[in-house]
Design a protein around this ligand. Structure first.
Ligand code: DQA
Length: 147
């Protein structure tokens, strides 16, 4: 069983009511309910973490060293600011896929660059919840190839 930790960053707890024209009307709970059965089909054990706090996200990534084989992360706005989260991804050395619901390359210029994606094997943006599903498949493929 592959163990994957799904980390969602600041303001994603308010998914569904937060700028729905950009992020859609589905909630974080809906995302978990979508991913659970899909992960079971794929032989993946998922755990979910969300925080609005940079340090808490770093702690969760560090703890993943002992409890996960891979990470799916949407660092939200911290993507564009946090060298500390990038360093945490590098230090744990687990394969990570970065997901953005929206297409950050088509939005304000300050969203075009992501520090954290530089610690990830791949970035998927603009596919909404499907991006997380694709991230599961990417990680599964990568972990099989490298184990
Ligand atoms: C986001 C994009 C970020 O620029 C933004 O700050 C978010 C969400 C996305 O999923 O599209 O909070 O990561």
């Amino acid at each position: 069983m592959i163990r994957i930790l799904v980390i969602n960053g600041p303001n994603l707890n308010l998914l569904g009511m937060r700028e729905p024209e950009i992020y859609g009307r589905k909630t974080l709970q809906d995302l978990e309910e979508l991913l659970r059965p899909l992960s079971i089909e794929r032989g993946i054990q998922l755990s979910f973490f969300q925080s609005n706090h940079e340090g808490a996200i770093i702690d969760a990534i560090q703890q993943g060293r002992l409890s996960a084989d891979g990470i799916i992360i949407n660092p939200a706005a911290y993507s564009h600011t946090s060298i500390a989260i990038l360093d945490a991804l590098k230090v744990v050395g687990l394969p990570a896929v970065e997901v953005h619901l929206s297409d950050i390359t088509q939005r304000e210029s300050f969203r075009h660059f992501s520090y954290t994606s530089q610690g990830c094997i791949k970035t998927i943006a603009g596919k909404h919840f499907q991006g997380y599903v694709d991230a599961l498949d990417e990680l599964k493929k990568y972990i099989h190839l490298h184990s």
